[in-house]
Design a protein around this ligand. Structure first.
Ligand code: SF4
Ligand code: SF4
Length: 144
């Protein structure tokens, strides 16, 4: 199956790369030395945020980062998480205009990958991420 994101992200023109983007401590270690990292500001313990157009976005060519270096938030989107009562709940973020075109099996694969990655997150990171999502996307979240 052709990578669905190659199709929908081309149609959309990278909307999610122009909203806001969050980096965990692990992401910033992976990106160490990359031009643009200095544009992220500390949001809460362990979380950096950049508002607006991502510094790693090239309008002509798209994301300038190799797939393996891409931050969790980019690989996770359009999924989003809400951490409540010690439990991680995953949602589909309809800020992605083509979220409904993503096949169920792709969403399931992304959920499985994300849940493995999220084992390494601290409670503080999960809480800060949840706070950001609630502030900026809560009305756009829908159950998967
Ligand atoms: S908003 Fe959705 S379709 Fe657009 S670039 Fe992001 S993931 Fe792709
Ligand atoms: S790192 Fe790449 S995929 Fe992530 S927001 Fe920036 S340009 Fe988009």
């Amino acid at each position: 199956m052709k990578n669905i994101f190659k199709i929908i992200c081309k149609k959309c023109g990278g909307k999610c790369c122009k909203l806001n983007m969050m980096l965990t401590k692990r992401d910033s270690i992976k990106l160490k030395g990359k031009t643009g990292l200095d544009k992220f500001k500390k949001y809460k313990e362990g979380i950096l945020v950049h508002w607006g157009k991502c510094p790693f976005l090239d309008e002509g060519c798209g994301c300038t980062l190799p797939q393996k270096t891409k931050p969790f938030d980019c690989r996770f989107f359009p999924l989003a998480l809400i951490y409540k009562g010690g439990k991680i709940n995953l949602f589909l973020n309809k800020k992605c205009p083509y979220a409904d075109e993503i096949p169920k099996e792709v969403l399931i694969k992304t959920q499985e990958w994300a849940l493995k990655e999220l084992i390494n997150w601290t409670d503080k990171e999960l809480e800060s991420y949840t706070e950001l999502i609630k502030k900026h996307s809560s009305s756009k979240l829908s159950p998967i």
